[in-house]
Design a protein around this ligand. Structure first.
Ligand SMILES: [Cu+2]
Length: 156
């Protein structure tokens, strides 16, 4: 043990002061900022576990949606322009998009696939401009209760 102490001391004394990191010089564009968000279906209910998701403007959103093991239904998540969740839900079925009309397509910002109990899926999309957006599950009959708000706040 007595030999270890001088050794540690020696090591700590010989460590040069840390150089400040060199300024980042990059000719390529930096990776866009990715904001991780998660949401799940709530148990065996036609509901999400959160009524609101928040993000900052800019970069991308990576949203992981999971359907719990104890659910007995399939679910998905569609992010849509505010006021359009009902219209989009009516245009879709459990299989995802079923010939949505042009108007519904315009209001869809991003969407997941439809997943069964115990499954998880991740989607990535450009963060929309600051504002309020809706999310909704478009599986038939779910949209009345399985919905919420995505709130994008301005960057600080
Ligand atoms: Cu659902």
């Amino acid at each position: 043990m007595y030999r270890l102490i001088p050794l540690l001391c020696c090591l700590s004394c010989s460590v040069p002061p840390a150089d400040p990191a060199p300024p980042a010089v990059s000719v390529t564009q930096a990776e866009p900022k990715i904001q991780e968000l998660t949401i799940a279906a709530r148990g065996n209910l036609m509901a999400f576990d959160q009524g609101e998701l928040r993000a900052r403007a800019g970069g991308k959103i990576r949203l992981t949606f999971s359907n719990p093991k104890n659910a007995s239904m399939n679910h998905n998540i569609f992010i849509v322009q505010a006021g359009n969740s009902q219209a989009v839900a009516e245009q879709c079925s459990a299989e995802g998009l079923v010939e949505p009309n042009a108007e519904a397509m315009k209001s869809i910002i991003a969407h997941s696939e439809t997943i069964g109990p115990g499954q998880k899926t991740t989607i990535e999309f450009e963060t929309p401009p600051p504002g309020r957006y809706e999310y909704v599950c478009t599986v038939r009959g779910h949209s009345q209760t399985m919905r919420g708000w995505l709130i994008v706040e301005p960057s600080p």
